[in-house]
Design a protein around this ligand. Structure first.
Ligand SMILES: NC(=O)c1ccc[n+]([C@@H]2O[C@H](COP(=O)([O-])OP(=O)(O)OC[C@H]3O[C@@H](n4cnc5c(N)ncnc54)[C@H](O)[C@@H]3O)[C@@H](O)[C@H]2O)c1
Length: 424
């Protein structure tokens, strides 16, 4: 009997008997074997972050990517960081068949998340899946259901939850610093020079149909001819992405849910368009300007906006309480301001203003490294993940509602009991 099977059977039996399972990687010297699917922008950066998150506890033993240029780059980096030469794959199913792999990181385009996560769970792997959980609401529920059956650890890549700054924000809200809260303003503004349009990321000049597996990139999406723009700039096309809604907005609805202990909105109205990047040669589908208004069941509202033509106000969430305002700007600066009524001192000003800086006060750029550590700890049997699929799906639902509202020019209602949306 293969070693992997024996261990898995033991764990199942131990769990069934309620006995404390001895998990691989719990011992100080035993490393978890990691498989990595997708070593593009996020995936490549993550190789270093994982080593920082769990030094000496993990080894990236296998990588998969459909562009051989990125595979070679990642292999080289892993040799430098981990001192090992990982196996390389173009087909993720072959990587998943490796019984020695304990957990996989999936950092591929959105439309591939569903099939890859389900296959990984069925292969008995623990999974770190990048946000958004999936490309549609229905696919997200498939993942949630598969995860519940699997008994495996799954962390969704909404890493702000693991940031000390946002944890502090949550603590301050729970302590009553801002009083009752019915309104959040959240925004993400970006700009780039006219010759560098938003999300038109660099296409490696040597990429071609021979070194890039186009059919595997397409996966479940509509078949079409090789198109390097779609391959390397997939965020701009509905077939592979929800655009702003699922790429950016989900981070912010997720963190509002986290700080305020919310789950899903009951309605969304979104509007916008392609207003900034209108060059005739630019065939993008997704808007570069989007606003979304959310109502939650308990007298709570999120006013969200995103625009790719002006960066002045940057990134932020502003929690507007009746007794104070808490804002987190650019994921680096937390400010608390006590509320004043008609400019006069309300008595609330005895709560002093607060300013915390992520780097200065917590030595953190954002929550990414903590989020990886939280996942690895959970796989090793220490604690639970902060962003399981149920939570990832809640954030994704808000993103998909915005896309549906935008595409249909209608308000979308969410029926949480029946897990269905409708239009009004
Ligand atoms: N949490 C965050 O803050 C954050 C930030 C950026 C990106 N992301 C997420 O990370 C994921 C990847 O985004 P990215 O910016 O790195 O995209 P990317 O295009 O740079 O990288 C995607 C990689 O997947 C590879 N790929 C495509 N099809 C494949 C297949 N069938 N099998 C194996 N590999 C395949 C591509 O070759 C590429 O290397 C997305 O889900 C994105 O939303 C999250």
């Amino acid at each position: 009997m293969a070693d992997g099977f024996a261990r898995r059977d033991f764990l199942k039996t131990a769990a069934a008997l309620g006995a404390p399972a001895i998990l691989k990687g719990q011992g100080a010297s035993e490393k978890l074997n990691i498989g990595w699917i997708g070593v593009g922008t996020r995936g490549y950066a993550g190789l270093d972050w994982l080593n920082k998150a769990a030094p000496g506890q993990v080894a990236v033993t296998a990588i998969c990517d459909t562009y051989t240029g990125y595979l070679a780059r990642a292999k080289d980096r892993i040799q430098t960081i981990y001192g090992i030469s990982p196996k390389t794959y173009v087909d993720y199913r072959e990587l998943l068949a490796d019984k020695s792999i304990d957990a996989v990181f999936i950092m591929t385009p959105e439309h591939l998340h569903h099939d890859m996560t389900i296959a990984a769970l069925r292969a008995g792997k623990n999974v770190y899946i990048e946000k958004p959980l999936a490309h549609t609401i229905e696919e997200g529920f498939d993942i949630v259901n598969e995860w519940k059956k699997s008994g495996k650890i799954v962390q969704v890549g909404t890493q702000n939850r693991s940031s000390s700054l946002y944890k502090k924000a949550k603590e301050m809200v729970e302590q009553g610093m801002i009083g009752d809260i019915h309104y959040v303003r959240a925004f993400w503004y970006r700009n780039s020079p006219p010759n560098d349009p938003a999300w038109r990321y660099v296409i490696p000049p040597e990429a071609n149909p021979q070194n890039t597996d186009w059919p595997k990139f397409l996966g479940p999406a509509a078949k079409r001819e090789w198109d390097p723009q779609r391959y390397f700039q997939w965020r701009l096309y509905w077939d592979y992405s929800g655009g702003i809604s699922t790429d950016l907005l989900v981070h912010q609805t997720d963190i509002v849910n986290f700080v305020l202990s919310k789950t899903v909105p009951q309605s969304c109205m979104a509007s916008g368009g392609i207003y900034r990047w209108t060059d005739k040669t630019d065939d993008r589908d997704v808007p570069d300007t989007l606003s979304a208004l959310y109502e939650y069941p308990d007298r709570f509202h999120i006013n969200y906006s995103c625009y790719f033509g002006n960066v002045h106000y940057g990134y932020g969430e502003q929690f507007c309480g009746n007794e104070g305002t808490l804002e987190v700007l650019n994921r680096q600066d937390l400010h608390f301001y006590p509320e004043k009524y008609r400019g006069a001192d309300s008595g609330i000003t005895s709560r002093a203003e607060v300013h915390l800086n992520g780097m200065k006060d917590f030595n953190e750029n954002d929550g990414a490294i903590n989020h990886f550590r939280n996942f690895i700890d959970a796989v090793r049997g220490h604690g639970t993940v902060i962003a399981p699929p149920t939570v990832g799906q809640q954030a994704a639902i808000s993103g998909h509602m915005a896309t549906l509202s935008f595409k249909h020019s209608k308000k979308v209602l969410w029926d949480d009991r029946n897990e269905k949306y409708s239009f009004v």
